[in-house]
Design a protein around this ligand. Sequence first.
Ligand SMILES: [Zn+2]
Ligand SMILES: [Zn+2]
Length: 262
Amino acid sequence: MVSTTEFCIISGVDRVKLKQGVIFALQGLNHLLWPAVCVNCKRSICETDANLCKDCWDKLLFCTAGDYCRRCGRDASRYALVDGDCPDCQGKQIHFDQIARSGVYGDALQQMTLSFKKGRTELDSTLGFLANSALQGSSFCNDIEFFVPVPLHWSRRLVRGYNQSLVLAKKLNHPTAKINTDLVRIRHTKSQVGMPTPAARTKNVAGAFAVRQGHKFKGTKICLVDDIKTTGATLNECAKTLKEAGASRVFALVLAVAGQNV
Ligand SMILES: [Zn+2]
Ligand SMILES: [Zn+2]
């Protein structure tokens, strides 16, 4: 004869099995109705593939491999550096102290950063993963007090609906640093993409940024966050503005460095 206690135990085991069966069936139904697809190329993937198919991961890893100059972010072998500068940035005035990058603006990383800017904010987890890897690999990660996303002019943010640099900054993992949006763009500038020379890009963004009244930047160490760096004119102008506001150190973190031959 089965006692009441044994009956309850058997029932408990059965309930767990039933629950697991229901969850499994629902997962199967969920996969049938909404199959997991690669966030980049939309190819079907397994649930465990972390958003990307193997092909896209391989392409992304190719873009994110390789050494770079910690002063300007361009491709550079550590043996080509002279006092920390690569041949490209020697003698150039750079207002940020150091830069960390996820990779080179090309192939899968270019496709993803462009899509991220054009409405596909669901790429934030994958791009955030790449940005966090770059951040952890930097020598300034532990110094950061504020993450400051490079701001858009309000009119551009209104059209786009979001600032991709702020969305990216929200995916960064840091034990103490906070996001601060007291750096603002006070002048609408033409797209840097259309600028013919680095000098034209510098002129285009000169005086375009300011800090809000009551900001807390004085004496702090800041990390600017942006999606793409080309000549660095925008980051440079932002860093200059933050240092004029009293920041003691300004670093930069970007997803991709473009225009290696500009
Ligand atoms: Zn893919
Ligand atoms: Zn350099």
